[in-house]
Design a binder for this molecule. Structure first.
Ligand code: GLN
Length: 476
């Protein structure tokens, strides 16, 4: 069996037993990429030579010693490209430093290998907004892999990466994980440093693992979590051993099903898969109760004001002077700003910058931005009240399985609306995970869907424990 489809735990056992060498894993990955990535399109680039050199020096005594990990192309790794799926950074930008997560992976002995496709600047839910390539769902090549971390989920699902990191601002790790049938974890706000992640919406962004098992997700989170003085939003909180309690099961835990997450718009089969898992967890000893998150219906509108507002500010740094694209047509400085941005950014990025600038502009600030902040507080309160009654929440990840490529290209709003179940976790700052929950039949194809589990802020240990139970439950 190819090492490219093995689990981190398995690889680590074989590496430390001396049965395999880290370069064997890279060789198998290189063959898998050669065989499948022309079709899947998960990678924007990879650095095999550099990775081989790192493999020769890998310290196998470290927790991830010798394990290659692929990165979404918005996470800086010294000497590598970091395109963010944008023409703007396609040429003329090489990372001058390691993001904290990259440095921590290296310190844990992992080998950052390969750059994965994404929606431009992480704006999207299908990876169709990448300016640099098309990624397909490995389970059905005419379907989207989800997004914005579509390359991360597709590579892990296709067996062309062992594990990957993605970023999640409104669902971008969980939704592609759900569509591709892998595990995707969005840590709590402040759990993982974003230093060196190209910022989209700074009050929402988190980096997290995309893996084939919950166990692997716990191992990767362990390596990247923890306080970092270089990111003022990273928390100085104790990092528990995420693998230690994984097998404790769900007996005695109270899990809530939010009634607002099972209403109008959800595909009945997606609903059925989530409910089956809930029943199985009940049979495994959890108590399942109905809860209410009353402000759910306002989550999409709130997110699509706050995220673009922050993006319009964050993306102001792309001015044609400091990084990446610089227009050759410019006549003066103002013209340089305008033309570099006009030429470098794609349609969705421009749409978000315009929306964000509008909601922040004088006269509209109170009506839109300030109001959205108030609703955000109500959404956060929904969760804190719910977590007084339950230990965690179970829900769908997306209302439908992966749609066809190109289906919503003339109506971005349809994709915005499909973010309904994932964005509230970012608005509230809590942690959430997508674990595979079987498949649904859709127009004659069988497509994976995920179960989302949401837990209180810094509740990753409990979250992972429930996820591990859900991953392995026997269905009635
Ligand atoms: N789909 C959402 C958006 O387009 C979320 C993206 C993300 O989490 N980066 O903004």
């Amino acid at each position: 069996m190819s090492l490219a489809t093995a689990s981190i735990r398995d690889l680590r056992q074989r590496l430390t037993a001396g049965e395999i060498h880290p370069s064997d894993i890279l060789n198998d990955l290189a063959s898998a990429i050669g065989a499948r990535d022309a079709e899947v399109g998960a990678y924007l680039s990879h650095n095999l030579d550099e990775a081989r050199a790192a493999a020769d020096k890998a310290d196998l005594s470290r927790p991830l010693g010798g394990v290659p990990v692929a990165l979404k192309d918005n996470i800086n790794a010294l000497g590598q490209p970091c395109t963010c799926g944008s023409r703007y950074l396609e040429k003329g930008y090489t990372s001058p430093y390691d993001a904290t997560v990259t440095a921590r992976l290296k310190a844990a002995g992992a080998i950052p290998f390969g750059r994965l496709n994404m929606d431009e600047f992480a704006m999207g839910s299908a990876t169709e907004n990448s300016a640099l390539g098309k990624t397909v769902n490995p389970h059905a090549h005419d379907r989207i892999p989800g997004g914005s971390s579509g390359g991360s989920a597709a590579a892990v699902a296709a067996g062309t990466a062992i594990a990957a990191l993605g970023s999640d601002t409104g669902g971008s790790i969980r939704q592609p994980a759900s569509h591709c049938g892998v595990v995707g974890l969005k840590p709590s706000y402040g759990r993982v440093s974003r230093y060196g992640l190209v910022a989209f919406a700074s009050s929402l962004d988190q980096i997290g693992p995309v893996t084939r098992s919950v166990e692997d997700a716990a191992l990767l989170l362990q390596a990247i979590a923890g306080h970092d003085p270089a990111d003022s939003t990273s928390l100085d909180a104790a990092v528990p051993d995420f693998s230690a309690g994984l097998d404790q099961g769900v007996a005695g835990l109270k899990l809530g099903l939010p009634k607002e997450y099972f209403g109008e718009g959800i595909d009945p089969e997606v609903r059925a898969r989530v409910e089956e898992r809930a029943r199985a967890l009940e049979a495994a000893g959890a108590e399942i109760v109905e809860i209410s998150l009353p402000h759910t219906e306002h989550a999409v509108a709130t997110y699509y004001i706050i995220a673009p507002a922050e993006a319009s500010s964050n993306l102001a740094r792309f001015d044609g002077v400091r990084y990446g694209h610089r227009s050759r047509e410019a006549e003066d400085l103002l013209d340089l700003y305008k033309k570099s941005r006009e030429e470098g950014f794609g349609a969705e990025v421009k749409r978000r910058i315009l929306l964000g600038t509008y909601v922040l502009s004088s006269g509209y600030y109170d009506a839109f931005y300030n109001r959205a902040q108030k609703v955000r507080t109500l959404i956060r309160r929904d969760f804190s009240e719910a977590f007084e009654k339950v230990d965690a929440i179970l829900s769908p990840v997306a209302p439908s399985p992966a749609r066809r490529i190109g289906e919503n290209s003339d109506d971005p709003l349809k994709d915005y609306l499909s973010d309904i179940y994932t964005i509230a976790a970012n608005l509230a700052g809590i942690c959430a995970i997508s674990v595979p929950a079987g498949t649904v039949e859709n127009d004659g194809v069988s497509l994976p869907v995920g179960l989302q589990i949401l837990a209180p802020h810094l509740g990753e240990a409990t979250l992972l424990r429930i996820a591990k139970a859900a991953e392995g439950v026997a269905l009635a």
